[in-house]
Design a protein around this ligand. Structure first.
Ligand code: LLP
Length: 421
């Protein structure tokens, strides 16, 4: 056997042994390299901050409190997409000046929250949401800064579910509606409707769609100024991708920051971005024990299945988007690598992480790491099949810590009640 796969100097089998001293039944867990997260945050802040572009962390990518606090301490703003994420940001020490609210489907409760606590900007997905924000702001006697989400009709490569800027996506208003709203903004007397929000899609490795979005933003800002309604703020959303296949191709952070800086200076507007995935995907690993290795022979072919103690309820991305997270044996055994389907214990054939992973011999109790799982991993996990959500561990200043406890079987019944309504 060779050395164990490790993260930030911690061997993953040692991490499981440490977790088991706390929870003897643990068979899988998330591990985040908090120091690596801080380094990525600092890199983004260095690149974009020096160009005068504000950077917020999109909390939806991973809301583990330890990460959110680290984001704040490093100097990132936070972007929330719901009441729960607003509360999360506040609990992690974010104040109004460093918090934005974006996303569609705005509710009265979210509007009331930002009126009570404040926010640097709130996005509105259509004109009805401007009316909603106006009545909340009027009731609270405050003024809210609002960025109107525009659908620019910009297609992005990748899975349809994470493409948000095309005309068939649910997000935003048309350019014409936006121009009319900015021009007529005096009717929302408690709103400062001088912003534009454009998030065209996620998992972009190429800057072309972002460049198209930045150009569209500047054209809209020019058109609005020509109608007598100058804008002050452009939020270009998130979207920076990571290379899930090889881990070698990089989104060109510094080059894009320099280019965005040119747009910012030429336009004279305040620009913001709110990435999630790029910050946290590469610093997160899902580690799971091999429950069984099973071989089934039929028609002269042997099918090899590696059944992990983590499933699609934990990491949904492969089942939902056909996404790939490289499966790496933590302590590879000697022997020929053969193709295996890496699967979970959930009762669906879609509970497959990878179909043809080339893996060495594995035995029950060995560990497999699924890489680049820090973004939209734990955040999208569920209790499907009566499986509690997994513990989340962090490596913080070289020390291994439990940052979120696992849900135990008894926790799954906590919401059961018998309340007459
Ligand atoms: N801003 C807005 C308004 C967003 O909707 C999103 C992501 C972001 C920022 C952050 O985007 P990022 O930098 O992470 O690309 N569950 C999918 C990704 C969904 C992205 C949703 N919105 C996945 O696992 O690939």
């Amino acid at each position: 056997m060779t050395d164990a796969y490790s993260v930030a100097g911690v061997a993953l089998d040692d991490a499981l042994a440490a977790l088991r001293r706390h929870d003897p039944s643990a068979r899988a867990f998330w591990l985040y390299d908090l120091d690596g997260f801080r380094a990525r945050a600092a890199r983004l802040l260095g690149a974009f901050g020096s160009q005068g572009v504000h950077v917020a962390y999109a909390l939806k990518a991973n809301g583990c409190g330890a990460l959110v606090r680290a984001a704040r301490e490093t100097g990132l703003d936070a972007d929330a997409g719901s009441l729960g994420e607003l509360e999360l940001a506040a609990a992690c020490g974010y104040d109004a000046a460093h918090l934005t609210l974006s996303g569609n489907g705005r509710t009265r409760e979210e509007a009331a929250w930002v009126c009570a606590h404040g926010a640097a900007a709130v996005s509105a997905d259509h004109v009805g949401e401007l009316d909603l924000l106006e009545s909340a702001a009027a009731a609270a006697g405050v003024t809210l800064r609002v960025a109107l989400r525009v659908n620019p009709g910009i297609a992005t490569p990748g899975h349809k579910y994470v493409a948000t800027g095309g005309h068939d996506a649910k997000f935003g208003v048309s350019a014409e509606e936006a121009l009319a709203a900015w021009e007529g903004r005096a009717r929302w007397s408690h709103l400062r409707v001088d912003g534009l929000h454009l998030h065209v899609g996620s998992q972009l490795l190429d800057t072309a769609p972002l460049e198209a979005a930045a150009r569209a933003a500047r054209e809209l800002a020019d058109a609005s100024r020509a109608r007598g309604a100058a804008l002050g703020l452009v939020n270009l959303g998130g979207g920076f991708g990571v290379d899930y296949d090889e881990g070698t191709r990089e989104f060109p952070v510094e080059a894009w920051a320099a280019r965005l800086g040119e747009h910012a200076r030429a336009s004279g507007l305040d620009w913001r971005i709110e990435p999630g995935r790029w910050l946290v995907a590469p610093v997160g690993t899902l580690v799971a024990e091999v429950l069984w290795e099973k071989r089934r022979a039929e028609d002269g072919t042997v099918h090899r299945f590696v059944v992990l103690a983590a499933g699609m309820n934990d990491l949904l991305r492969p089942a939902l988007y056909g996404a790939r997270h490289r499966a790496v044996p933590v302590r590879p055994r000697e022997g020929e690598r053969t193709a295996a389907a890496v699967v979970g214990p959930v009762c669906e054939s879609g509970d497959t992480f990878e179909e043809g992973a080339l893996l060495p011999p594995l035995t029950s109790g060995d560990l497999v790491a699924l890489l680049d799982a820090g973004a939209y991993g734990a955040a999208m996990s569920s209790q499907y099949n009566g499986r509690g959500r997994l513990a989340e561990l962090v490596i913080d200043g070289g020390a291994l810590k439990l940052a979120r406890r696992a849900e135990r079987p008894a926790d799954l019944r906590l919401r059961d009640c018998d309340v007459r309504l």
